[in-house]
Ligand binder design. Structure first.
Ligand SMILES: [Zn+2]
Length: 414
């Protein structure tokens, strides 16, 4: 029976938090920049010290391989990412990557031979803050190619993507180059929940059943600008009044009626934006999320009709454009069952849940069965320097990953 070394795991999390450490106890280790490269080098050094082989693909996805009894079999892939937000926490990404590496070391310590190889992965640019979009590494891996337009992208700090990618790959000399998108048996990722529900319910393990879909809309309502003092109610064509009335209805109608729905207005603006003029135009962004693709369509229609209704009363026109559409994904139930059994077997309470954020597992799931193991984080806080995972919860997530790894990679008798 595999047992992970919890002290070694939590020590490793501490050691990686030093790379790109911020004054408030978080990390700034943005994709393909100096800190990201140092973290990759440290992981590669640790891997070589244990005799594991280190490779990378043209997207700088980093792989650490422990051979199985039959190396012709597709490997079990486990891991997460090492890059962070500019004011990120120490656990988002790093915990999953280091948990996967701890599993590899524990297999080695216990002398367990698996039927198929087990490969740890650190995906490139999960966060998407220095270079957009996020999950570039897993997206390119699952597509089997790097979209050509990515090579012309610039970082928020002005650095060219192509140059930063090359420099990152070259910062790991000696790592064998492997093609994008080699065959994978299955993929498992440990990650912090980045929400409050596991902690609130005192459950250490979340078995992730899928990732909800996200759709972004740009809404523009057009009316007529006019004098704030001289224009009576009957003469007004006020786009902001229409927009805010429509949004007020939607706040009441969407989330209170459907616990799985998310409706957020993150940006709102008016033109010309003068203190004593009725606006000509009112705009807002809408972020809607739902695990059911049909409900996502319904919510989009509901947003349009609520705003159009109010705009009609104000004699205003409405245009709505989609700026982003990420369909929901469902992880294979058999893999969720495997994680659930691994948790029960290791003596941890677990619950099935959906992920509100996207992750690399969403893209890997397009080419191989994937699922995730969530652990609680304090106050549900993430993308924040104060992000914190209790050591016992980090150990629980890693222990469940270890048991699931052995059952998916197959233990052989020596
Ligand atoms: Zn993450």
């Amino acid at each position: 029976m595999i047992e992970i070394d919890g002290n070694r795991l939590n020590g490793r999390v501490e050691a990686f938090a030093v790379i790109g450490a911020t004054q408030k106890g978080g990390v700034n280790r943005q994709a393909l920049a100096e800190g990201d490269r140092r973290a990759r080098q440290l992981l590669a050094d640790l891997a070589r010290a244990r005799g594991f082989s280190v490779s990378q693909d043209p997207m700088a996805n980093l792989f650490i391989r422990r051979e199985g009894r039959d190396d012709s079999l597709a490997p079990l892939l486990i891991g997460s990412h090492l890059d962070s937000q500019p004011a990120g926490g120490r656990f988002d990404g790093a915990l999953g990557t280091l948990s996967a590496f701890e599993v590899l070391e524990s297999l080695e310590d216990a002398g367990i031979e698996t039927e198929r190889p087990v490969v740890v992965v650190a995906w490139t640019n999960e966060e998407g803050c220095r270079f957009a979009p996020g999950c570039m590494g897993s997206m390119a891996f699952s597509a089997g190619e790097i979209p050509s337009e990515w090579h012309r992208k610039l970082a928020t700090d002005g650095a060219p993507f192509a140059g930063e990618l090359t420099a990152t790959i070259e910062s790991l000399p000696g790592a064998q180059m492997v093609p994008l998108g080699f065959p994978v048996h299955a993929y498992l990722e440990v990650h912090i929940e980045q929400g409050p529900s596991l902690e609130a319910n005192d459950i250490p393990i979340g078995v992730v059943g899928g990732i909800q879909g996200t759709r972004w809309l740009d809404v523009t309502v057009r009316g007529q600008t006019a004098h704030a003092g001289t224009t009576g109610l009957a003469y007004r064509r006020d786009p902001l009044r229409a927009l805010t009335a429509g949004l007020a209805n939607l706040y009441e109608a969407i989330m209170p009626a459907d616990a799985d729905a998310r409706f957020t207005i993150g940006r709102i603006s008016v033109e010309p934006g003068s203190v004593n003029a009725i606006p000509e135009e009112a705009r807002c962004t809408v972020d809607i999320r739902h695990p059911d693709p049909d409900r996502l369509d319904e919510l989009e229609k509901q947003v349009a009709s609520a705003i159009e209704k109010e705009a009609g009363q104000q004699r205003c026109s409405v245009s709505i454009a989609r700026s982003f559409d990420m369909p929901p994904c469902t992880f294979p139930p058999e893999l969720q069952d495997t994680i659930e059994r691994a948790a029960a077997n290791a003596g941890f309470k677990s619950t099935r849940m959906l992920s509100g954020a996207f992750h690399d597992a969403l893209f890997v799931n397009r080419v191989a069965p994937a699922s995730m193991i969530f652990v609680p984080c304090r106050d549900g806080l993430s993308h924040n320097e104060a992000e914190f995972v209790e050591p016992r919860h980090a150990v629980a997530g890693c222990q469940v990953l270890a048991r699931a790894t052995v059952s998916l990679a197959g233990e052989t008798r020596r």
